[in-house]
Design a binder for this molecule. Structure first.
Ligand SMILES: [Zn+2]
Length: 427
């Protein structure tokens, strides 16, 4: 089925920045056709204050499904089809929500600092020749436009990080393998990139630990991994064993390695070798899952990239405040939303004995925002944009409406925010 028909792609194909094309690259620039296929969220997205990085992704799915999802949620600036055709999803000057929970060089929420490119393909498979040509030219233009060096062209797998969970007690790298093929020296060379990051700055600084050693070795080209990783053999050396539509638990391949953050989701199904089936949310004992257990995903839709540091929940992400917020659990930048509607900062919760009890054992369902500040009430003479400045409509800004609902900046209309709505924005 034609993508054009489905999405009524604008007929005009435009060059990204025709004026930049010169000399020997002019012909390549002319060959780079970008079709407008804007997300319905495009005009709602704020302008990006800075551009320091370009982040590369693989869609882990076919063109039709990937384009549909990326466009619906505004999850990339560009998407590159196997044919080499490039779709413009979000205006490159605006924020696309492609990096989710991410960190690089101590900066988090990289959506605010980066251009995101989705390449239709898989993290462990080579891309098409037409995609190489298109991506190389797109990168050339963006690098020149934003003065981004080759070392700042990153993969989603480099920058994504995971919250502590039962498999990894600390914040960790390895939440995703997305785009990892773009760390391979041979692939980078074909994309006209002469350098890449040589190490993980956030692991080096102790902000994160490594949870996927194999991924880490691949990204930073440790000799042993590299020796076994000719691009053509990638799939063999890095993939998890599949059996039909499912993936299989083996020695060294646990539920987290297969399902990552969906390991305890109700849409993740475990079929034990004896045929019994459990949903991820029904399993209590994770340490002795039998080898040969098959893992299936009911929700066919790939995990959304847009996952902010956002809310953490007691009972879901961990059982204590310390587990969720680490050393910041009693800080004024950790905000607690109790199930009964009470909202307090960690610092406020240390003020009386009864509040301290709440802090020490918050009830199940209590939600936390870590690294946030409380902006107070929206009022007639105190608009959201006055409180939160340019971040008022960022997806990372949250509003608590008088009826108790919580809405992100992405989904709120500045003119229709009820009085007595509270604002919380990232510090
Ligand atoms: Zn990605």
């Amino acid at each position: 089925m034609s993508i054009r028909k489905v999405f009524a792609v604008a007929v005009a194909t435009l060059l990204l920045a025709g004026g930049l094309a010169s000399g020997s690259s002019a012909s390549a620039a002319q060959r780079l056709k970008i079709s407008d296929c804007y997300s319905p969220l495009n005009l709602k997205r704020p302008l990006r204050p800075q551009t320091r990085y370009i982040i590369l992704h693989t869609t882990e799915g076919d063109l039709e499904g990937s384009l549909c999802k990326v466009r619906r949620y505004g999850e990339a600036h560009y998407l590159i089809a196997p044919s080499g055709e490039v779709y413009r999803i979000i205006d490159r000057r605006r924020i696309a929500t492609h990096a989710g929970r991410s960190m690089w060089e101590g900066r988090s929420t990289l959506d605010d600092f980066s251009v995101g490119i989705e390449v239709v393909g898989f993290y462990d498979r080579d891309i098409t020749t037409a995609q190489y040509t298109a991506l190389r030219e797109l990168l050339r233009q963006l690098k020149s436009l934003y003065r981004v060096k080759d070392e700042k062209i990153l993969t989603h797998s480099m920058v994504a990080y995971g919250r502590p969970n039962r498999f990894h007690s600390k914040k960790h790298r390895g939440r995703k393998r997305c785009g990892m093929i773009f760390a391979h020296p041979e692939v980078r060379r074909r994309l006209g990139l002469s350098a890449g990051p040589t190490h993980d700055p956030d692991v080096a600084a102790g902000r994160l630990i490594v949870a996927d050693q194999e991924l880490h070795g691949f990204l930073y080209q440790e000799a042993t991994v590299l020796a076994a990783s000719a691009v053509s053999g990638l799939q063999k050396s890095l993939s998890i064993r599949r059996s039909g539509d499912s993936m299989v638990i083996e020695k060294g391949i646990n539920a987290w390695r297969i399902a990552r953050e969906k390991y305890d989701d109700s849409d993740t199904v475990y079929v034990y070798p004896d045929g019994t089936r459990f949903r991820g949310n029904e399993i209590r004992e994770w340490s002795n899952m039998p080898v040969g257990t098959k893992v299936l995903f009911l929700d066919d839709c790939r995990e959304r990239e847009q996952e902010f540091e956002g809310f953490l929940e007691i009972g879901k992400d961990g059982s204590s405040a310390r587990e969720l917020a680490g050393d910041l659990y009693a800080d004024r930048t950790t905000i607690y939303f109790f199930p009964d509607g009470l909202i307090r900062t960690g610092e406020e919760l240390t003020s009386t004995a009864s509040l301290r009890r709440l802090l020490n054992s918050p009830p199940k369902g209590t939600r936390l925002l870590v690294g946030y500040v409380y902006g107070g009430y929206v009022q007639k003479e105190r608009a959201a944009s006055r409180i939160a400045g340019k971040t008022w409509n960022f997806p990372s800004t949250f509003y608590r409406l008088p009826d108790g609902r919580i809405v992100s900046g992405d989904g709120i209309d500045d003119r229709a925010i009820p009085a007595r709505t509270l604002v919380f924005m990232m510090k």
